[in-house]
Ligand binder design. Sequence first.
Ligand SMILES: Nc1ncnc2c1ncn2[C@@H]1O[C@H](COP(=O)(O)OP(=O)(O)OP(=O)(O)O)[C@@H](O)[C@H]1O
Ligand SMILES: [Mg+2]
Length: 348
Amino acid sequence: MSDIEKRKLTSIAPLFGCSCKLPETELETLLEDINISYSPEILCPGDDAAVIKINDDLAIIKTTDFFTPIVDDPYIQGKIAACNATNDVYAMGATEIVGVLALLGIPRELPLENARMMLKGFQDFCNSIGTSIVGGHTIINPWPFIGGAVTAISSPDKIVYHSGAQPGDVLLLTKPLGIQPAMASTRLSSEYSSIIQSTLDSDIVANAVNLAIECMTTSNLNAAKAINEVGANALTDVTGFGLYGHGLNIARKSNVSLNIDLIPIISGTLELSALFEHGLEEGKSAETAGGLLMSVSEENLDEIIHSLNKYNVPAYEIGTVKEKGNEHVVIDNPEILEISSLSVKFES
Ligand SMILES: Nc1ncnc2c1ncn2[C@@H]1O[C@H](COP(=O)(O)OP(=O)(O)OP(=O)(O)O)[C@@H](O)[C@H]1O
Ligand SMILES: [Mg+2]
């Protein structure tokens, strides 16, 4: 057995899941320097996915995402990668994916069986949301990575942009936060292990990891279906830039301020975040395949919550949209809501 075969998937790269994204400020500098010119058919440069208007009835949505492993099980890693890559389509309010190209990077020494299981998890997840791998690209690379390039279609008028949040709107989030600290607890040195054991019950840590994996393998498709039925003013998904960073994208594009006064977290992750200094209570902790953050009018609020719950999607009311103030995103001493299950009580 080679050295790498004996190592865990997450031990081959030093960054995990969406936390390997280039920081947002550096990405902005990079893209500014290139000065890309977008033609008028590109409806929303800088949003979660590119939307290309073909005619009044048809837009094509294209997006790509890939990252390093966040779990050691290659099959689950494949599912998480497919969930994360396809979620940017749902973050535009679109629901109809027509195909996914699978992108794979594998270290020379990694047994092909590991790569095969990642791809199998990827394909099974795509099937579970009604689509399939239609091709891909595979390279030899020192760090393993997996992801997808996704194509979807939609009516242009169903697309929901970052830019539509209005003062008076309510902010809803569909998954709890805390993926980064929950998963960091699975990769601990013995020094950290003993600190955690003295701080948190081992069952709480195990449940946090299980719920984090459930979050990362639960598609935002159902949430997008609900939004498609009722409508939302602005929409994004919460990934590597955390709630703060993705909220900032909506606030800037909409020229408003977001006041966030409640942060739903995976139970136990506040203590883990404090230990690893991830900044969860400030919305700064990186999420992977996180939930949808939407801005909805007060008058649509009950209907959208009802519709989300009907599709078995939780809806946490985390704050409100204000006229633009000194800061685009205000998260000041928020209430912390500990979540230990994604299941929804639905009353029709
Ligand atoms: N190399 C690149 N060339 C051109 N545009 C890019 C490049 N990298 C990122 N972008 C654009 O920058 C914006 C932010 O990219 P990013 O992948 O972080 O999207 P996101 O939706 O905010 O995050 P996530 O994909 O994790 O959900 C997107 O509009 C994306 O198309
Ligand atoms: Mg996104």
